[in-house]
Design a protein around this ligand. Structure first.
Ligand code: RP5
Length: 158
């Protein structure tokens, strides 16, 4: 059963959001992926949020671009923690997405990542789940150690 829901406003967000799925694959976390648009499929958004707890979702990663209302609307509909990913846009480089996601009113927080920060969203979701999953905590620690070990001590000429 999926513990993480990766949702996005459009098919065009998938090249960005795929990075979250890849991290969860690496860490052995079960997830599902869905296109859920705040504007184009509001009823789908409503149903997804309404059933999220009952379906066993523990974290939702929501990515959207431009007038990026999906993460905030999802946060208003479910108490499942929502991690927001501002997707980069052509017109405004994703600053529009970032501002649309980050400025939530008191009561309905969205944990907002950097523009295009889907990989970190996957890692944040894993960290939240690792609080109550010792085996995942070990895998996440190992992942972090491997990343650390891959960083050279000195730069070299390309
Ligand atoms: C948003 O509009 C989506 O999240 C996407 O980032 C953006 C553009 O969508 P498309 O026109 O490519 O479907 O709702």
């Amino acid at each position: 059963m999926a513990e993480v829901g990766i949702i996005m406003g459009s098919q065009s967000d998938w090249p960005t959001m795929r990075a979250a799925a890849e991290i969860l694959d690496e860490l052995g976390v079960a997830y599902e992926t869905k296109i859920v648009s705040a504007h184009r499929t509001p009823d789908r958004l409503w149903d997804y949020g309404k059933t999220a707890v009952a379906r066993g979702l523990k974290v939702i990663i929501a990515g959207a671009g431009g007038a990026a209302h999906l993460p905030g609307m999802m946060a208003s509909k479910t108490r499942v923690p929502v991690i927001g990913v501002p997707v980069q846009t052509r017109a405004l480089s994703g600053v529009d997405s970032l501002y649309s996601i980050v400025q939530m009113p008191k009561g309905y927080p969205v944990a907002t990542m950097a523009i295009g920060g889907a990989a970190n969203a996957g890692l944040m979701a894993a960290a939240i789940l690792a609080v109550s999953d010792a085996a995942l905590a070990e895998r996440l620690d190992a992942w972090r150690e491997a990343l650390s070990a891959s960083i050279p001590e000195e730069p070299k000429d390309e």
